[in-house]
Design a protein. Structure first.
Length: 202
């Protein structure tokens, strides 16, 4: 597997750009759309925390185990959220997709499906990953449903695995998608995006 390097991934309505230090204000504005930091089961930066959030993501990039993106609405040019590759392990041809959040106005739209299609296509077809994983809070049922709609398989639960923002310890639900499953999932995601919006659950 090739080492992931900063790259822009684009579709007609959404663009993923490499995260940079000058995205702090735009990410703070995106997080205010729905006051996402109040959600117990996510790690969205609260007001005043975006600079540290971006710095940690960029350090992960420098250390070689993360590749963070900002999500841009191409029509307006506005940053509407973020996502990243993480836990990148080239030796076993594996990476994970996570740290994903979008402003409330963009949730349950085409955005998540489009972003996952871009990230998965790049991971499998350009980087040569053999497996892509996801992890989420055991109480983040919306995230679990979204991952399952992609066609990922539920691998299991890591109990007492990670701290939440409020200091409690969560169980982590693990999912994965293997390279051999990608062609069918790619076709399914394309089908979802092509359906009329009112009949589609993204």
């Amino acid at each position: 597997m090739r080492k992931p390097e900063p790259v822009t991934l684009a579709a007609s309505q959404v663009r993923l750009e490499p995260m940079a230090a000058d995205h702090v204000a735009a990410l703070e504005a995106a997080a205010r759309d729905g006051e996402l930091w109040n959600l117990r089961v996510t790690s969205v930066p609260a007001p005043g925390e975006a600079a540290a959030y971006v710095a940690a993501a960029l350090k992960g990039c420098d250390d070689g185990h993360m590749l963070p993106f900002v999500v841009v609405d191409t029509a307006s040019g506005r940053v509407i959220g973020t996502t990243r590759y993480h836990d990148i392990v080239p030796a076993v041809e594996r990476l994970e997709i996570g740290y994903t959040w979008y402003g409330k106005s963009w949730q349950r739209t085409h955005v998540n499906t489009t972003c996952k299609l871009l990230l998965l296509q790049h991971a499998f077809e350009t980087l040569g990953a053999r497996l892509v994983g996801w992890r989420t809070d055991n109480y983040n049922f919306a995230s679990q449903r979204a991952i399952e709609r992609l066609g990922a398989k539920r691998d299991g639960v890591l109990r007492h695995h990670a701290l939440r923002r409020d200091g409690t310890v969560r169980d982590t639900v693990m999912y994965s998608l293997a390279a051999g499953e990608w062609p069918e999932v790619k076709a399914h995601l394309g089908y979802q995006l092509a359906r009329p919006r009112e009949a589609r659950a993204c």
